[in-house]
Design a protein around this ligand. Structure first.
Ligand SMILES: [Zn+2]
Length: 142
């Protein structure tokens, strides 16, 4: 692939890249704080209070997982800037508008593909409710 975000200007790329890096730093700092907080709390933790600590911990793990997931997407976006594929839809290879990228730095799909994916997700929801019927409908559509 030799395509190089031709539709985005160097300046636009620079703006987006700067924001991605800022986001990355923000998350890294937040994670550091979170880890420090965990350590402090473990030292102070009262065994009698273990139940509430466990509840809190599973909340923290969910939080950290979500941040890690976002961080991975940011790194992927930064990678694709280096490779010159940033802003190209993963699904149809179409161009994702600067406005969309600016609003959602880690967007991997163009609006049309995103809407289609969301639509498919909704269909999956119905699949779960009535699996065989959902699948039959799905096959008919394909
Ligand atoms: Zn697309």
């Amino acid at each position: 692939m030799t395509r190089e975000n031709a539709y985005l200007t160097d300046k636009q790329i620079a703006v987006l890249k700067e924001q991605l890096i800022a986001e990355k730093e923000r998350i890294a700092n937040k994670k550091l704080e979170e880890e420090k907080y965990q350590l402090d709390r473990n030292e102070l933790s009262d065994p009698l209070d273990e139940a509430s600590v466990n509840t809190q911990t599973s909340h923290d793990i969910r939080f950290i997982n979500r941040e890690n997931f976002y961080l991975k997407k940011i790194n992927k976006s930064l990678d694709s800037i280096t490779r010159g594929t940033y802003g190209l839809c993963e699904e149809c290879d179409g161009e994702i508008s600067f406005e969309r990228l600016n609003a959602r730095l880690t967007a991997e799909l163009c609006i049309a593909c995103k809407e289609e994916a969301e639509h498919a997700e909704n269909n999956n929801f119905y699949d779960k409710k009535s699996k065989s019927l959902g699948r039959a409908l799905h096959d008919t559509v394909r």
